[in-house]
Design a protein around this ligand. Structure first.
Ligand code: KG4
Ligand code: ZN
Length: 345
């Protein structure tokens, strides 16, 4: 199995990892959340600068933690998109530079396939050693994407459904700002915490697209519904019902995801489900997905380690190993570039 140095700078994490097949030998992340939190979202210029400052030390630390040097590395993998263009550029430039200087092959990885393959990660000892048996329905729930994808072979994808407007994570982030009245980023952990002490039946939000036959999602209407409700509430009412609003909104988002997941399993007669993307950090969502998939007689693969729920380079390295298996390396490094709006297929 080849050793890969992987890099992801697609959004607000500067991350580098060393992987070998599904095994994570090291995974270093420098989070920019403290830099962006006060602005209520990622500030592109600040993200670019922070990536530039951290990329080299993060790579050095990843190599050191794995107990290897660049001489032991067989290929360099990097996220080419989707993501924030100027942030992606920092990782790509570094990967190209290292590949050229040390004469290594380059592998371009889509950020979303990284999230999919995060479900099959193993520690350095090869645990958990659960098999990877295609086909899978891959459910992606991140800040930028909400998709159901058919994964029927190594790095072979068909998008079965996706959001027609906002992503689930994006809607949750917006809801956190509306409900708290603060410039919060990211909102997911805040909504999760508030919802724990709230009544999910307080407000009956719509379950968007639930009667629609497709496997698509939509969250902008739900977001607008919350905006109107918050605008209509007095400060006193809002203070009293923050937890209830968070719980009700979160339930509507998760219900809509689960309705489509059930539909997809039935429609495509697929029992194996894997789930990736930052929103998977939500404990209730993980529990509810496990329940739905088990009820349908299926098996669910979730990212096995907490630190790979969100963005990280280890998942990029794991996906890259399946590209390498197919001989899928970058042919012309000079013309290899970012694609901020890249799709899976
Ligand atoms: O995958 P990710 O780290 O970045 C993208 O590729 O977009 O996902 C980030 C998203 C954000 O919307 C964030 O609020 C959400 O994941 N998130 C959560 C939780 N932790 C992060 N959503 C719900 N509950 C959480 N605990
Ligand atoms: Zn992500």
């Amino acid at each position: 199995m080849i050793k890969i140095l992987a890099i992801d700078t697609s959004a607000d994490e500067t991350s580098a990892a060393v992987t070998e097949g599904r095994k994570i030998l090291s995974n270093v992340m420098f989070s920019q959340i403290p830099i962006h939190a006060q602005w209520g979202g990622i500030v592109p210029d600040k993200a670019k600068r922070a990536h530039e400052e951290r990329i080299s030390p993060v790579i050095d630390e990843a190599l050191k933690k794995a107990g290897v040097t660049l001489d032991d590395i067989d290929a360099i993998a990097v996220t080419y998109g989707p993501g924030l263009a100027i942030a992606l550029g920092v990782g790509i430039q570094k990967a190209k530079e290292l590949a050229h200087k040390h004469n290594k092959k380059l592998i371009g990885v889509n950020h979303l396939e990284g999230h999919i393959y995060s479900c099959f990660a193993q520690d350095a000892q090869g645990q958990p050693d659960s098999p990877l048996e295609y086909p899978y329905l891959a459910l992606l729930v991140s800040g930028g994407h909400t998709e159901i994808v058919l994964l029927d072979d190594d790095v072979s994808y068909t998008i079965l459904g996706s959001t027609r407007d906002d992503a689930a994570g994006e809607a949750i982030d917006k809801a956190a700002r509306l409900i708290t009245g603060d410039k919060i980023y990211p909102g997911g952990p805040v909504i999760e915490r508030l919802a724990k002490d709230g009544d999910p039946a307080f407000m009956n939000f719509p379950r968007p697209m639930s009667r629609d036959d497709s496997l698509d999602f939509s969250y902008s209407g739900l977001k607008t519904a919350l905006l109107y409700i918050v605008e209509d509430m007095s400060q006193e009412e809002l203070d009293k019902h923050r937890n209830d609003l968070a719980a009700s909104f979160q339930k509507a988002v998760f219900d809509s995801i689960l309705i489509k997941l059930k539909k997809a399993m039935k429609k495509h007669s697929i029992k194996n489900v894997c789930v990736g993307g930052g929103v998977v950090a939500n404990e209730l969502l993980r529990e509810r997905i496990e329940e739905v998939v088990k009820d349908a007689g299926g098996y669910v693969a979730l990212p096995p380690f907490r630190d790979i729920y969100g963005d990280n380079a280890a998942m990029i390295g794991i996906a890259a190993s399946y590209h390498a298996k197919k001989g899928d390396f970058v042919k012309d490094p000079d013309s290899f570039d970012r694609n901020a709006r890249a799709r899976l297929c």
